[in-house]
Design a protein around this ligand. Structure first.
Ligand code: ZN
Length: 388
C-alpha cells in the first residue's frame, strides 16, 4: 500500500506491522455531521476496511473535541448548556455513522476526560522553557521549534491569514511571535461552565494540546497514521507536531494523511458558512450504500463540489453491480476483488474503485445463469467497500 504523506509531500510505502494504530481528529459536537465530515471519516473507514481485509488489527481512534470555544458559543445561542448540546450531537453523529455502516472505532476519547493530563503537559512545556505566560494564559513559543511552518509548507502570509481565519490570534501584541499558539486559557469568570481546577490553576486547554495528549494516551508515543481534513494541516497539526517534538522528541505519528474538503457553491462545506448537505437528510431518501458510493466519486486529495447527480449515478451503478454479481463467472468476480484492493492500496483511490466497478458491469460475463445471491467474491468486494 502507498499513502500520500503530508510531511514529506510525496507518496510513501505503507507497510505496517500486524497492529495498525491510527488517530483521526474527530468532530466538535455542536452541529449535525455534513457530507464533508462523512467524506473525511469514510476515507479512513475505507483504509481501516482494507487493512482489516489484509489481516491487520486496526486500532482506529477518532476523538470528540468536547472542549472547544465553538461549542460554548453555539450552546449560548441555543440557550442550553454545552454538555447537553454535546451529548445530543454525539448521539446523532453515532447514529449517522452506524447507518452508514462505519467500522467501529478502537477508542473515542473525549477532550473533557483528559484535562488533568493536558494541564500536566502544558506544565512540562513551561518548565522546559518551550511555553510562556501571557497574563495568565499559556502560549507555545514557536521560536523554540525552528521547523514551525515547514509541515504545512505555507508562506508566512498564508500562515498569518489562516491563523486569523481558524481561531488564532496573530495580532496579540503580548505574544513573543505572531504564530505562537494557545496552550492553556485561564478562566476567571465563575459563571463559565467549561473550567477545570489543575496544576495551572482554573481554566481549560487549547485545542492543539488536546489531540497531542489524547493520541499519546490512547495509542502511545509512536503510532502509524495521524489523519484529519486538510484544513487541520495548519494550525492544528503543525502545532501538534511542534508540541509532540517538544514533549517526546518526535512527532508521534509516522504518517500524516489528509482529506480535502467537500465544496458547496464554490466554498468549503462548513458549519461557519452554513453551506451544508447533511448526512441525516440524505439518509431519509437514499440507501446508505448509495451515499457511500456517491462519495467515492471524489478523490480524497481533491475533494470537489457536491453533486446530487452522483447519488443517482451511484444508485444505478450499485444496482448494476448487484445484478452483474448474480451472473458473473469466477474470473470476473476474482478480477473485481483484486482490482478494488489494488485501487484502495493506491492511497485509497476511490475514483479508480468507481472505474473498476463500471468496468465490471460493462464486461461481466452474462452467460452464467442468474444466482439468487451475488457471487461470494462480489459480496466480499461490496463488504470491503462498506456497501453491504
Ligand atoms: Zn485534532
Amino acid at each position: 500500500m502507498r499513502i500520500y504523506d503530508t510531511t514529506k509531500k510525496l507518496y510513501r510505502q505503507f507497510n505496517p506491522s500486524h497492529t495498525v494504530k491510527i488517530y483521526v481528529c474527530g468532530i466538535t459536537p455542536y452541529a449535525s455531521a455534513h457530507m464533508g465530515h462523512i467524506f473525511t471519516f469514510m476515507t479512513y473507514d475505507l483504509l481501516q476496511r482494507r487493512l482489516e481485509d489484509g489481516g491487520h488489527e486496526v486500532q482506529m481512534v477518532r476523538n470528540i473535541t468536547d472542549v472547544d470555544d465553538p461549542l460554548y458559543v453555539k450552546a449560548a445561542e441555543l440557550n442550553t448548556d454545552y454538555i447537553s448540546l454535546a451529548k445530543t450531537e454525539v448521539a446523532s453523529f453515532h447514529k449517522v455513522l452506524h447507518l452508514l455502516n462505519f467500522r467501529p472505532t478502537y477508542a473515542e476519547p473525549r477532550a473533557s476526560q483528559y484535562i488533568t493530563e493536558m494541564a500536566d503537559s502544558v506544565k512540562i512545556l513551561l518548565d522546559k522553557g518551550d511555553a510562556y505566560y501571557v497574563n495568565q494564559d499559556v502560549y507555545f513559543d514557536t521560536s523554540k521549534y525552528p521547523n514551525y511552518g515547514k509541515f504545512s509548507g505555507y508562506s508566512p502570509l498564508l500562515l498569518n491569514n489562516l491563523l486569523c481565519e481558524r481561531g488564532g490570534d496573530p495580532f496579540l501584541e503580548t505574544k513573543r511571535q505572531p504564530l505562537d499558539f494557545l496552550l492553556w486559557k485561564n478562566i476567571a469568570d465563575p459563571e463559565d461552565a467549561a473550567q477545570w481546577q489543575t496544576v495551572l490553576g482554573t481554566g481549560r486547554p487549547g485545542w492543539h494540546i488536546e489531540c497531542s495528549v489524547m493520541s499519546e494516551i490512547v495509542l502511545g508515543d509512536s503510532f502509524d497514521i495521524h489523519g484529519g481534513g486538510t484544513d487541520l494541516i495548519f494550525p492544528h497539526h503543525e502545532s501538534e507536531i511542534a508540541q509532540n517534538v517538544a514533549l517526546h522528541g518526535s512527532p508521534l505519528a509516522d504518517h500524516w494523511m489528509h482529506v480535502a474538503p467537500m465544496i458547496m457553491a464554490g466554498e468549503k462545506m462548513s458549519k461557519s458558512l452554513g453551506n451544508m448537505v447533511f448526512a441525516m437528510d440524505l439518509l431519509k431518501v437514499y440507501e446508505p450504500a448509495v451515499i457511500r458510493l456517491a462519495l467515492m466519486h471524489y478523490h480524497h486529495h481533491i475533494g470537489g463540489e457536491w453533486k446530487d447527480d452522483f447519488l443517482n449515478d451511484a444508485r444505478q451503478l450499485l444496482a448494476r453491480v448487484r445484478a452483474s454479481g448474480k451472473q458473473c463467472d469466477d474470473l470476473a468476480a476474482t478480477k473485481l476483488l483484486a482490482e478494488v484492493r489494488e485501487a484502495l492500496d493506491d492511497d485509497i483511490n476511490t475514483l479508480e474503485v468507481i472505474n473498476v466497478l463500471q468496468a465490471f458491469v460493462g464486461h461481466a460475463s452474462r452467460d452464467t445463469a442468474a444466482r439468487d445471491q451475488e457471487h461470494p467474491l462480489v459480496k466480499q468486494t461490496l463488504n470491503l467497500l462498506g456497501l453491504v
